[in-house]
Design a protein around this ligand. Structure first.
Ligand SMILES: C[S@@+](CC[C@H](N)C(=O)[O-])C[C@H]1O[C@@H](n2cnc3c(N)ncnc32)[C@H](O)[C@@H]1O
Length: 313
């Protein structure tokens, strides 16, 4: 029921958020900074929310996406045609959160939370503790936009550069002591990591035994290549290339303490949710490779259980 910004020594720049966002509006490149991607994906949540048959409703997405989000989305026609993937991802992660909370999760840690508004829009126990972690400017902007709104559970925002390994380990240790059973969420984050960084993050997340479950999106190498060709250019220009797509799929995380217990395809989920064009519907009739066939384009959501950190990256 409360929102607080903790200072954990995040290392990103501390320019006033409005300055950065105003100057970004005047930029000719659609994406200027990795945090712009949060505005961009919020547009697709807003669009889904406006449908009469919406599978989730995010009443804050449009305001949070802002003009910046609309501008980026307008410049990315490929992503617009595939907005079903963002709908499916959000819906799947909502399901995992609901189920985990029913099973006793008392803390949700959303790493690179961006403009996600689940602590405001979902039905959650008031006693649930929700931690949002992102770069300082992103959290300040979000705090300003949502200042008049009340989260349904206890919400803490932690400004932190998650690439700062020492700072994140210290935070994970602190949260690990406070949680009885935590669910970690990463959506739209690890695709920007290289393999070594993803492995190191996985290992750090597995270190606290109370971080029981992790839900993350994942991309196959074949889909990564398609995405790099279709939408990768502006991300490269912004210094945030799309990189991570392990050939072994979710089993990539096993040596670092995470056992894949569920994988769900975005395409097959979008088919079930009736969000696909005819052409994509035909593709969805093919078997789901579960992210384990590197040469098949596959994007999905993986649920991983913590079985203890075992190997250094
Ligand atoms: C594609 S957005 C996804 C946001 C949100 N998870 C969602 O699905 O809507 C990527 C997010 O990662 C955050 N991010 C990227 N690099 C980060 C870093 N090193 N530390 C903290 N947050 C980071 C960005 O600020 C942005 O909010």
């Amino acid at each position: 029921m409360q929102t607080s910004v903790l200072n954990n020594g995040g290392s990103a720049n501390h320019s006033p958020p409005t300055d950065r966002y105003d100057s970004a509006m005047n930029s000719t490149t659609p994406i200027r900074h990795i945090s712009d991607t949060a505005h961009w994906v919020a547009v697709y949540r807003a669009q889904e929310s406006e449908r009469a048959d919406a599978v989730f409703r995010d009443p804050y997405a449009s305001k949070l996406a802002g003009k910046r989000g609309a501008q980026i989305a307008a410049a990315m026609p490929f992503a617009r045609r595939h907005s079903w993937s963002y709908t499916a991802r959000t819906w799947l992660v909502d399901q995992v959160i609901e189920r985990s909370v029913r099973e006793g999760t008392d803390m949700v840690i959303n790493l690179a939370a961006g403009l996600d508004s689940r602590p405001y829009r979902m039905q959650l126990p008031t006693a649930l503790r929700w931690i949002e972690i992102d770069l300082p400017d992103m959290l300040t902007y979000k705090q300003e936009v949502l200042a008049a709104e009340r989260p349904v559970c206890t919400l803490d925002r932690v400004p932190l550069d998650v690439r700062d390994a020492a700072a994140r380990r210290a935070l994970f240790k602190q949260l690990g002591v406070q949680a009885r059973g935590a669910l970690v969420v990463t959506e739209g984050l690890i695709i920007y990591f290289d393999s070594d960084d993803a492995a190191e993050l996985a290992r750090d997340l597995a270190a606290p035994a109370t971080f029981r479950r992790w839900v993350t999106d994942l991309t196959s190498p074949a889909l990564l290549q398609m995405l790099q060709n279709a939408i990768g250019g502006p991300l490269v220009e912004a210094g945030s290339p799309l990189k991570f797509a392990p050939p072994e799929g979710p089993e990539f995380f096993a040596p670092y303490g995470w056992k894949a217990v569920e994988t769900r395809s975005l395409l097959h989920t979008a088919a079930k949710l009736k969000r696909l064009s005819l052409g994509m519907r035909l593709l969805s009739l093919l078997p789901d490779p579960g992210g384990r066939k590197p040469n098949k384009p596959w994007g999905g959501v993986c649920v991983l259980d913590n079985c203890g950190a075992t190997r250094s990256p």
